[in-house]
Design a protein around this ligand. Structure first.
Ligand code: MG
Length: 388
């Protein structure tokens, strides 16, 4: 849907609701909003556990609406308390930034698209778990899904101005910190090593997912839904320098690539400002003196099976991607708490997918049921020590 996207809801100042405002993407979104006060007004803020930071953000941006699960802590503030779904669909909100992590993003994403809001989407689970429902609702209600993830932003930018449908999407992957590790070495990876990503600063879950390549698999599924491309026409190539954020091949064999310093603020700003490119001196420029080479290699599917597991789950469709997401989330949490090894993450996800009875074209309750089943399944597998 994105190649034909027109921003037809132009207003002089875009009124933003930012869901997940205290996370990495949320904080960077606020930096962009602050840099362009004549362009953006923050009217809604929603956060999870970090209420101290949320209170600071409320004092700083003076939104009209706020949300956090611990309502009592917001008693002393003046903005109106709304649920994330109410905020995402409120008439005084022009654009909803979905920066919540995990499946908590799903319901507000649906509320926003059902209300015909344009959304800047950073939450992966919404499209991975419920891509069919979310994209159908967006189409029905003339809501546009603007990607915030650097790879999808790169593809979107490469498609701009093109009339023909692309023949191939090429997602780049940094390969994570363990690109050259042997299987034996991978099994000894510590949490601290896995959290030390070579090129991007991100939240914990996405950093571990980058190290296992699960993140790239989830991005392939998102690209499938965002750009309406069959899985066979989406490739992944490892590009460790992380300057090329993705590429698009066209019918004549031409390939367009999008390059920039790896900095999420650029793709956030592009989504917020679309259709305009905004001048921002805070964003870093590529320094060609410091770039020796741009290299590419095929992903190592044997040592990083999460990539294949994700693509397979995407191709199988139905409730499989929801099981993939939930099993991965549970397995990553177990790894972060020191209960399983790095290499057990893929094993647990595979076992959960193998044991699942998929439902085709699932409803939202069926998706959530598959999600709950998969989390439970992973805990059972760990309890029974089936992977180890
Ligand atoms: Mg990404």
């Amino acid at each position: 849907m994105l190649p034909h996207l027109r921003y037809d809801k132009e207003v002089s100042v875009k009124r933003l609701a930012i869901l997940g405002s205290t996370g990495s993407i949320g904080r960077q979104t606020l930096q962009i909003a602050k840099a362009f006060p004549d362009r953006f007004q923050v009217v809604g803020l929603a956060a999870g556990k970090n209420v101290d930071l949320l209170l600071k953000q409320i004092a700083d941006f003076k939104p009209l609406f706020v949300y956090c699960p611990d309502k009592g802590r917001l008693n002393s503030v003046s903005p109106q308390f709304l649920s994330m779904e109410e905020m995402a669909s409120h008439p005084e909100v022009d654009m909803v930034v979905i920066a919540t992590s995990g499946k908590a993003g799903l319901s507000p994403t649906l509320a926003a698209v059902k209300a015909g809001k344009n959304i800047a989407l950073a939450n992966k689970e919404s499209l991975v778990m419920a891509g069919e429902i979310v994209t159908a609702e967006a189409k029905l209600n003339n809501a546009h899904i603007l990607p915030v993830d650097s790879e999808h932003s790169a593809i979107w930018q490469c498609l701009r101005g093109e009339k023909e449908k692309p023949t191939r999407l090429i997602l780049t992957a940094s390969g994570g910190p363990f690109r050259d590790y042997s299987a034996a070495r991978l099994s000894r990876v510590t949490v601290a090593q896995a959290l030390d990503h070579p090129s991007w600063r991100m939240g914990k879950k996405v950093t571990i997912d980058s190290a296992t390549l699960m993140n790239k698999g989830l991005e392939v599924i998102e690209a499938h839904w965002l750009f309406n491309m069959p899985f066979q026409k989406i490739d992944v190539v490892v590009h460790p320098q992380s300057f090329i954020h993705s590429m698009v091949e066209f019918v004549d064999g031409s390939i367009k690539a999008h390059l920039s310093c790896p900095d999420m603020r650029l793709s956030i700003q592009y989504a917020l400002g679309y259709p305009d490119r905004l001048p921002n001196p805070d964003l870093p420029r590529l320094n060609w003196d410091e770039i020796d080479s741009l290299t590419f290699e095929q992903p190592d599917l044997e040592n990083f099976p999460c990539l294949s597991l994700a693509i397979e789950a995407g191709k199988n469709g139905g409730t499989c991607p929801a099981v993939l997401c939930a099993a991965d989330e549970a397995a990553v949490n177990l790894f972060l708490s020191g209960r399983v090894k790095f290499t057990d993450i893929a094993c647990l996800v595979e076992r959960a997918l193998d044991g699942h009875q998929p439902v085709a074209h699932p409803t939202l309750p069926e998706i959530l049921a598959a999600d709950a089943w998969a989390s439970e399944k992973v805990m059972q597998l760990v309890g029974a020590k089936s992977c180890f």
